[in-house]
Design a protein around this ligand. Structure first.
Ligand SMILES: [Cu+2]
Length: 155
């Protein structure tokens, strides 16, 4: 009987050890793009799709781009009828789901750019997930049209 309990407790621990694969194994980073900046504009954004192929929820907790003085995770909120960007601690990537970073929504904010971002160039971006696993991407710079949501229609 003691042995049986021992075996049961070992078996119940197995799923925990099997789920210890790094988040980077579970997440595809699709369609990354950095917004091109007009001369003298010091801020930009990176957009992409974070696709979670696993049954485990993950989160993006940090981003770093050497081309920017500061890199932050941002979202947009509506305040007094105006869209406003605010930093967030993390960007959730639910199990078996896609999280879209896009103009007017969640994005990676590049602040105090050290140079203009011109279409056709590429920048390096590293992403850190909740388990501290990291992935480095090469992100093409492209013209990204500003978000035009229903709030921005001119009549
Ligand atoms: Cu922002």
């Amino acid at each position: 009987m003691k042995y049986l309990l021992f075996i049961i407790s070992i078996v119940s621990l197995l799923p925990l050890s099997l789920s210890a694969a790094p988040a980077t194994n579970d997440i595809d980073t699709l369609h990354p793009v950095a917004r091109a900046t007009p001369p003298g504009i010091k801020n930009s954004g990176v957009f992409l799709v974070l696709k979670n192929n696993s049954g485990t929820a993950h989160a993006l907790v940090k981003a770093h781009a050497a081309v920017a003085g500061v890199t932050e995770l941002h979202t947009h909120i509506k305040e007094d009828g105006m869209m406003k960007m605010i930093p967030v601690d993390k960007i959730d990537i639910p199990a078996n789901a896609d999280t879209h970073l896009k103009p007017g929504g969640l994005h990676i904010m590049l602040i105090n750019l050290k140079k203009d971002l011109k279409p056709g160039e590429e920048i390096e971006l590293s992403l850190t997930f909740e388990d501290e696993s990291t992935k480095t991407l090469t992100v093409p710079v492209k013209k990204v049209t500003p978000h035009k949501g229903p709030d921005h229609h001119k009549h």
